[in-house]
Design a protein around this ligand. Structure first.
Ligand SMILES: NC(=O)c1ccc[n+]([C@@H]2O[C@H](COP(=O)([O-])OP(=O)(O)OC[C@H]3O[C@@H](n4cnc5c(N)ncnc54)[C@H](OP(=O)(O)O)[C@@H]3O)[C@@H](O)[C@H]2O)c1
Length: 237
C-alpha cells in the first residue's frame, strides 16, 4: 500500500548542499528519502535527525546506475507518494579540458547529466498520473558565465538545464513544477581545502541555500520560481 505522506527524494544527500537540504526539509516535517553512495554518512544524518521523529530514510544509490535506480523505484520509491525530487548529486574535476581524461569526462556527465535524467524519468510517470509534483534541479552559475577548468561540468549542467527547460513546457499543464536553482561558490567538500581556506568567508553556506530551496518548494500557488541564480554578495571566485 502506498504511504500517502508527501515525500521528497533528495539525491546526493550525504554531504554539502544535499545534506543541508535533508536537514532543512526533515526539520520542517517533510518526509525525506535521501540517497547517495556513502551510506555511513547518511546514517550519521539519521542520528542528527533523531529529534525529528522518523522523517528521514537513508538508502545507498549510485545515480549513474539506471538498473539500480529502477530496482530502487520498484522496491522503495513506489511505496511512497514522491511529491518532489531534488536532483542534487553532482561532481566535478576542476581540470582544464586538455587534462580531463575520458574517464573524468564520462563520470561528470554520467553523474550530473544522466543521473539527473534517470531520476527524473523514474518519478515523472507517477507525477503525471497524479497531476502534481515538483522537480528541483541543483544546477550552477556555470550555465550563465564562463569559468575555466570546468568544461565537462559546464556541459553537464547546461545539458540538464536545457533538458529541464523543455520538460517544463511538456508538463506545465500536468501541474508539475520544474525549479532550476543555479548557485555560485558554496562551501562544501566539492571544493579543494585550499580554496575554502582562502575564499571561504565570501562563499555561500549550504544551509542558506537549503533554506531558500525549502521556501521555493513550499510556495505552492499559481506562481512558480522557474529559475533562480544565487551568488555570493561579493561576486564569483
Ligand atoms: N559547492 C558549490 O560551489 C556548488 C555550486 C553550484 C552547484 N553545486 C552543485 O550542488 C550539488 C551538490 O554539491 P556539493 O557542493 O554539496 O558537493 P558535495 O558535498 O561533494 O556533494 C556531492 C553529493 O553528490 C553525491 N554523489 C556524487 N557522485 C554520486 C553518484 N555517482 N551517485 C550518487 N550520489 C553521488 C555525493 O554523495 P556520495 O559521494 O556519498 O555518493 C554527495 O552527497 C552538485 O550538483 C553541485 O554541482 C555546487
Amino acid at each position: 500500500m502506498v504511504n500517502n505522506k508527501n515525500t521528497v527524494w533528495i539525491t546526493g544527500a550525504s554531504s554539502g548542499i544535499g545534506k543541508a537540504l535533508t536537514l532543512e526539509f526533515a526539520r520542517n516535517n517533510i518526509f525525506v528519502i535521501g540517497t547517495a553512495r556513502r551510506l555511513e554518512l547518511l546514517n550519521k544524518i539519521k542520528k542528527e535527525l533523531a529529534d525529528y521523529g522518523n522523517n528521514f530514510e537513508p538508502h545507498q544509490l549510485d545515480v549513474t546506475d539506471y538498473a539500480a535506480i529502477d530496482k530502487f523505484h520498484k522496491k522503495v520509491l513506489s511505496n511512497y507518494r514522491i511529491d518532489c525530487l531534488i536532483n542534487n548529486a553532482g561532481t566535478t574535476s576542476f581540470k582544464k579540458a586538455i587534462d580531463d581524461s575520458i574517464a573524468d569526462i564520462e563520470n561528470i556527465l554520467r553523474v550530473n547529466l544522466f543521473g539527473g535524467i534517470y531520476t527524473i524519468k523514474t518519478v515523472l510517470p507517477e507525477m503525471i498520473e497524479r497531476q502534481s509534483g515538483t522537480i528541483i534541479n541543483i544546477l550552477s552559475v556555470v550555465t550563465q558565465k564562463v569559468f575555466t577548468s570546468s568544461s565537462a561540468y559546464t556541459a553537464s549542467k547546461s545539458g540538464l538545464l536545457g533538458y529541464t527547460k523543455v520538460l517544463r513546457e511538456e508538463v506545465r499543464d500536468k501541474n508539475i513544477r520544474i525549479i532550476n536553482v543555479l548557485p555560485g561558490a558554496t562551501v562544501t567538500e566539492m571544493w579543494p581545502n585550499k580554496v575554502v581556506q582562502k575564499f571561504g568567508d565570501s562563499m555561500m553556506d549550504a544551509e542558506r541555500i537549503a533554506n531558500l530551496v525549502f521556501k521555493l518548494y513550499s510556495e505552492k500557488s499559481n506562481m512558480i520560481t522557474e529559475e533562480i541564480i544565487l551568488r555570493p554578495l561579493k561576486g564569483d571566485l
